[in-house]
Design a protein around this ligand. Structure first.
Ligand SMILES: [Zn+2]
Ligand SMILES: [Zn+2]
Length: 212
């Protein structure tokens, strides 16, 4: 079985039209920066990944992008792990015509580091075995694995696959995120947790949750 890992590809421009964690989200015209349902503050942009054919070669040419946001204005107090409580958002955008979003002046809106992502296929029976194998084969730290693309989620707790609010079908798994390569710039999934991003591209719906 092949697992597609997202491995750290070095720093990239914070507006680069590529798969990345951090930086400024690329958004369609008329975009409104997501606001937390709990604290009403602006959310933090975490990552943008291909929403369709996420594991495939050449997925930079995917037709849709999934853009993940999560509130970090009051870490732990906004139900930001929950797929429906309103403390995070995962938005599906058509790739064509995206441009850097205007960033709100107040609030915790951007991660401190913008990380480029390489898609790295590894033969392994599971995501966690793929992480270990890649680290061993490359001689790089396992924390340089930023997550996985496509395939099946490696749940830390039980299966929480969300249902699309528009068509009521199980959403497609898009990406799993580790907190990051550096403690000082990492995403906050409760300390050692993982984030899980899903999409229903035909309905233009996305969902995000994390477990630790
Ligand atoms: Zn909040
Ligand atoms: Zn749907």
């Amino acid at each position: 079985m092949t697992t597609t890992l997202m491995t750290y590809a070095g720093p990239v421009d914070d507006r680069a039209p590529v798969t990345r964690t951090g930086g400024v989200p690329l958004v369609p015209a008329g975009f409104t920066w997501p606001q937390c349902a709990e604290c009403a503050g602006p959310m933090q942009f975490l990552a943008q990944v291909p929403a369709d054919a996420p594991g495939a070669q050449g997925a930079e040419a995917a037709e849709h992008v999934l853009s993940v946001f999560m509130c970090q204005n009051d870490p732990g107090l906004c139900d930001e792990w929950d797929p429906v409580a309103g403390g995070n958002r995962a938005l599906v955008f058509p790739r064509a015509g995206l441009a850097p979003a205007p960033v709100p002046e107040e609030g915790e809106t951007l991660l401190p580091e913008t990380c480029g992502v390489d898609r790295t296929a590894v033969d392994a029976v599971s995501y966690s075995e793929a992480r270990d194998r890649w680290a061993q084969a490359s001689g790089r730290p396992v924390r340089d694995v930023l997550g996985g693309l496509g395939g099946a989620p490696a749940w830390l707790q039980g299966d929480e696959t969300p249902v699309c609010p528009s068509c009521a079908r199980a959403m497609s798994f898009v990406a799993q995120f580790e907190e990051g390569r550096d403690e000082g710039t990492a995403m906050n999934f409760g300390g050692g947790g993982c984030g899980y991003a899903f999409a229903c591209v035909p309905c233009a719906e996305g969902a995000f949750l994390w477990q630790s």
